[in-house]
Ligand binder design. Structure first.
Ligand code: BGC
Length: 429
C-alpha cells in the first residue's frame, strides 16, 4: 500500500485571502467609502486607491501561484455589481469573471465571498443590516451572480463573519461603560477611551448627511447588532445560499464565522460557555443545509469568574493588539468539529506584524495544528492565510500589516515577504 507521506493531502486547498474593499481601491458606491469621507471620521485614513488590486489582480495571483499556493479567497464587491438598487453592472460582473478565469489559468482554486463587510450605500439607506428587506436583496444579488459566474465556481462563502455584529455589540457595551465612567470622574473629550462627546456628535451629524438619513439608523455590517439583526443576517445567508444552489446545485456554499479559542480560568467556566453559545453554537441551526463552514481565527479569549480577562502583561501582542497565540486555531477547529460534521475550510488565520519572522513562526505553529487535525481525520479541506497583501485594515487603516506581500503604496509595487514562500513550501512538504 502506498502511504501518502506529504504534510497535507494532495487536494488540500492552501492559499491566501483578501476582501474587495480592503485591496481593490475606489469602491466609491459602498457604505465604507462614504463613511471614510465623513469629516472627523472614525477611520484613521480613507481607503482611496487602496493597494490597487482591482487593476493588479493578475500580478497578485501570479505571485500567489508562483509561491506554489493553489487557492485564492477573494470577495465580490456588491456595491460594484449593484451601484444602485435596480441595476446590475455587466462590466463589473465581467471583471470578476476575468478574475475567476485567471485563477483557473494559474491552477488556483477561487474561493469567492459574496459579502465581506462592505455593502452598497443604497442598502444602508434601505435600512441596512437591521432591515427585513436585506435578506431578499442579498438573495437577488447572489442569484444573479450565480447565474453569471456559478459555472466557473465551486466554493462560495455567502457572508464573511456573520457573527461579527454581536461581537461588536459587546465591545461597544464595554466602550459605553468606559465613557460613562469617564463622564462621572470628569475626564473630558479626547482623554477618555470613548473619545469626546462633541466629536462623536459632529461625526454622527456628518454621517447622517452623507447617507441622507438619521445617523442613528445607519446600520452598516459592522454596527453593534441586535439579536433580531443577528437573525436577519443568518436569514440572508440562508436565502443567498438557497438562491445560488437553485441555479447551480454543484456549488459548495458556507458562511464564515469569527471564532476565538475560548478558554476558561478556574471559576470562569460559565462565562466561557455563554461566550461559546453566543459566538458559535446558536448559529448551528442555520448551517444545516451548508456544504462547509469557514473558520476564521486570530487568537484566544480567556474568561475568568468576572468575565473576559486581558492577555498577561508579558504576552506577545500582534500589531492588531491580539495575543500572539497560533495554537488557538487547532483548538477552534476541534471545537467546531465537536459540534458539526461539516467540512471545514480555514478561510482566515494570520498575524499582523512588522517582523516577518514572527509571521513565519505564527504560520509554522498554526499549520502544525491544522496538520494534527487532518491527521486525526477531521474534515479540514483548506487553509487560507489572512492576508495575501498588506491592506486597508478598516478603521485602523494601512498601518496594520497582515500581508504575505508588502505593498509600497506610492508606486503600488509588490514586495513579497519570505512568509509567502514559506507558506507555499507547505504544498510540497
Ligand atoms: C476580517 C478581515 C480583517 C481581519 C483582520 C477579519 O475579522 O474578515 O476583514 O482584515 O479580520 O483584522
Amino acid at each position: 500500500m502506498k502511504v501518502d507521506m506529504s504534510y497535507f493531502p494532495k487536494d488540500f486547498l492552501l492559499g491566501a485571502a483578501t476582501a474587495a474593499h480592503q485591496v481593490e481601491g475606489n469602491n466609491t458606491q459602498s457604505d465604507f467609502w462614504a463613511m471614510e469621507q465623513v469629516p472627523g471620521s472614525m477611520f484613521k485614513e480613507p481607503s482611496l486607491d487602496c493597494v490597487g488590486h482591482y487593476h493588479r489582480y493578475r500580478e497578485d495571483i501570479d505571485l500567489l501561484a508562483g509561491a506554489g499556493l493553489n487557492a485564492y479567497r477573494f470577495s465580490i464587491e456588491w456595491a460594484r455589481i449593484q451601484p444602485d438598487k435596480d441595476s446590475f453592472d455587466q462590466k463589473e460582473i465581467d471583471h470578476y469573471r476575468d478574475m475567476l478565469g485567471y485563477c483557473r489559468e494559474k491552477s488556483v482554486e477561487p474561493i469567492v465571498t459574496m459579502h465581506h463587510f462592505s455593502s452598497p450605500k443604497w442598502l444602508i439607506q434601505e435600512g441596512g443590516w437591521e432591515a427585513e428587506s436585506t435578506a431578499d436583496y442579498f438573495a437577488r444579488y447572489c442569484e444573479r451572480l450565480a447565474r453569471e459566474l456559478g459555472g466557473d465556481l465551486e466554493y462560495v462563502c455567502t457572508i464573511n463573519e456573520a457573527n461579527m455584529g454581536l461581537q461588536i455589540a459587546k465591545i461597544a457595551a464595554r466602550h459605553m461603560a468606559v465613557m460613562k465612567n469617564n463622564l462621572q470622574v470628569g475626564l473630558n473629550s479626547e482623554q477618555g477611551e470613548g473619545g469626546g462627546m462633541e466629536a462623536i456628535m459632529s461625526r454622527m451629524k456628518a454621517a447622517g448627511e452623507a447617507f441622507g438619513m438619521d445617523p442613528r439608523n445607519i446600520q452598516d455590517f459592522l454596527k453593534p447588532r441586535t439579536r433580531e439583526g443577528d437573525r436577519l443576517i443568518m436569514e440572508a445567508h440562508e436565502k443567498g445560499r438557497d438562491a445560488m444552489k437553485a441555479v447551480y446545485p454543484h456549488l459548495k456554499t458556507g458562511v464564515t464565522l469569527s471564532l476565538h479559542d475560548i478558554q476558561a480560568l478556574a471559576g470562569g467556566e460559565q462565562n466561557a460557555e455563554a461566550e461559546q453559545e453566543d459566538e458559535f453554537l446558536h448559529y448551528l441551526p442555520f448551517l444545516r443545509k451548508d456544504d462547509f463552514i469557514g473558520v476564521q481565527n486570530y487568537t484566544r479569549s480567556v474568561f475568568g469568574p468576572g468575565g473576559a480577562v486581558p492577555p498577561r502583561k508579558d504576552a506577545e501582542l500582534t500589531l492588531g493588539n491580539y495575543e500572539f497565540y497560533p495554537e488557538a486555531l487547532e483548538n477552534v477547529i476541534r471545537f467546531v468539529n465537536k459540534h458539526t460534521a461539516l467540512p471545514i475550510i480555514v478561510t482566515e488565520n494570520g498575524c499582523a506584524t512588522g517582523d516577518d519572522s514572527r509571521r513565519i513562526e505564527f504560520l509554522r505553529r498554526a499549520l502544525a495544528g491544522v496538520k494534527n487535525c487532518v491527521d486525526d481525520g477531521l474534515p479540514v479541506k483548506g487553509y487560507c492565510c489572512w492576508s495575501l497583501l498588506d491592506n486597508f485594515e478598516w478603521q485602523q487603516g494601512f498601518a496594520i500589516t497582515f500581508g504575505l506581500i508588502a505593498v509600497d503604496r506610492k508606486t503600488q509595487r509588490r514586495l513579497p515577504r519570505a512568509s509567502l514562500e514559506f507558506l507555499g513550501s507547505y504544498r510540497n512538504k
